[in-house]
Design a binder for this molecule. Structure first.
Ligand SMILES: N[C@@H](CCC(=O)N[C@@H](CS)C(=O)NCC(=O)O)C(=O)O
Length: 80
């Protein structure tokens, strides 16, 4: 399962998701800062349909809403 988090530095909802990732000790999430990488912003808008962060791409499919993302991460621990 490929996990990619679209985020930016000053986004409090992104920070909640990143805290969860760190607390779980996950190393399986690839980060894309949408304001440091124009291609990431374009991909988020093209695939997700909006610029809202955080957004977790799960095998390329967008999942918005920090609470939903955290729920998903808890339900899908990092695979060995
Ligand atoms: N309910 C959402 C709120 C997310 C949100 O408001 N994100 C802001 C940044 S902190 C954003 O991306 N705003 C731009 C937009 O929605 O287009 C969540 O919990 O993830």
């Amino acid at each position: 399962m490929k996990l990619e988090l679209f985020h930016f530095d000053t986004c409090p909802f992104c920070k909640m998701v990143i805290r969860e990732i760190n607390e779980e000790g996950r190393t399986d999430v690839e980060y894309h800062d949408i304001y440091k990488d124009e291609a990431s912003l374009q991909r988020l808008v093209e695939v997700g349909g909006k610029e809202q962060c955080p957004c977790l791409f799960v095998d390329g499919k967008p999942l918005y809403e920090s609470a939903e993302i955290i729920r998903f991460l808890k339900a899908h621990p990092q695979e060995a």
